[in-house]
Ligand binder design. Structure first.
Ligand code: FAD
Length: 300
């Protein structure tokens, strides 16, 4: 791969870049080998950057907060694009809509909604990461999913063109939004309802407290490791298969919530994957159910 042209382009367009950057610095699990190059474009430089990467044949992936990914120890081939500089929020109080760029923190939006008496997002209280990541994974909790409030999204296509999709044109699944392959979510318009700030905040605090009492939110994890089954939580299956507290190296099945695997120190992706394998086999042996990963596993 020819990184020289990419380097020149990034210097010319003033895009922050770092070569051989450990991904452990950018994931909530604090795990991940080096990416060939990480890039921090803004909304103006992103389309040309994508065209350059496509032209040079450099593969790329997009990352928001890095809170739902396991990056392998050998790192990532090609470029990792961070969306964090694209974090503008525009509120339309009359229409009860909010346009959020993909790099915005989900929690920042919820706080803004509370402040302006806009309801609909509070069920996503405490979910870390970005709007782009939440849309890509149709993030949800407490019976609420981000799809419930999406009016439309804007996408950047691999050829550098942009496309707008309204909610009815997006197929959402369990922890998945089906967007065109290779596209990047640039922003989302959210449609909300008017309510009293006090009432919204009350619900928000209830959800946050419940989350804190059930999940090890302050420990390094990537959220739920496996998808829930139709009518039974993966955490319950893992717990009932006797896996709570199981360890491989420094990776541990949380005692608090069995579907969270914690990095207790110097855990590696290899250890994490081995533990997933062991837990998956235990659940399969006991219940005949094959668990599917919810976290995204990336890397070479
Ligand atoms: C303590 C904790 C609690 C959690 N609780 C929940 C919960 O209750 N419910 C829940 O659903 N999740 C939960 N999660 C998981 C995670 O926070 C969410 O899935 C979150 O929405 C991921 O956002 P992110 O920006 O960190 O995505 P990342 O981890 O950065 O990326 C996740 C995926 O989205 C893709 N992606 C990111 N941004 C874009 C973009 N702009 N365009 C296209 N693709 C993109 C990435 O390529 C990757 O495949 C939790 C995680 C932790 C650590």
């Amino acid at each position: 791969m020819n990184y020289e042209l990419l380097r020149e382009f990034c210097i010319f367009r003033n895009i922050d870049m770092r070569f051989n950057e450990p991904m452990s610095m950018h994931t909530s699990l604090k795990i991940g080998g080096p990416a060939d190059v990480v890039l921090f474009p803004d909304e103006h430089s992103l389309p040309e950057l994508i065209k350059t990467l496509t032209k040079e044949g450099i593969p790329y992936i997009v990352i928001g907060g890095g809170t739902n990914i396991l990056v392998k120890d050998r790192g990532i081939d090609g470029a990792v694009i961070f969306m964090l500089k694209m974090n503008n929020i525009t509120l339309n109080a009359e229409r009860l809509t909010l346009n959020a760029e993909a790099g915005c923190s989900l929690q920042k939006i919820i706080n803004l909604c509370i402040e302006h008496g806009l309801s609909g997002m509070e069920g996503l209280a405490g979910i870390p990461g970005s709007v782009g990541g939440a849309v890509a994974g149709n993030a949800g909790s407490f019976g609420c999913e981000i799809r419930d409030v999406i009016k439309s999204i804007s996408l950047l296509m691999p050829d550098g063109s942009q496309k707008k999709l309204s909610a009815k044109d997006i197929v959402f699944g369990y922890r998945k939004a089906h967007v065109p392959s290779g596209s990047i979510i640039l922003s989302a318009v959210l449609s909300l309802k008017k309510d009293e700030p006090f009432e919204i905040k009350k619900r928000f605090i209830e959800f946050i407290n419940e989350k804190k009492s059930r999940q090890p939110v302050s420990k390094p994890s990537a959220g739920c490791v496996f998808k829930n089954q139709k009518d039974i939580a993966a955490g319950k299956l893992i717990d009932d298969a006797g896996c709570k507290g199981m360890r491989v190296g420094d990776i541990e099945v949380s005692e608090m919530h069995a579907n969270f695997f914690i990095n207790t120190g110097k855990g590696t992706a290899d250890d994490f994957l081995k533990l997933m394998d062991i837990v998956g086999k235990k659940v399969k042996d006991k219940f005949g159910i094959v668990l599917e990963p919810e976290i995204r596993i990336l890397g070479r």
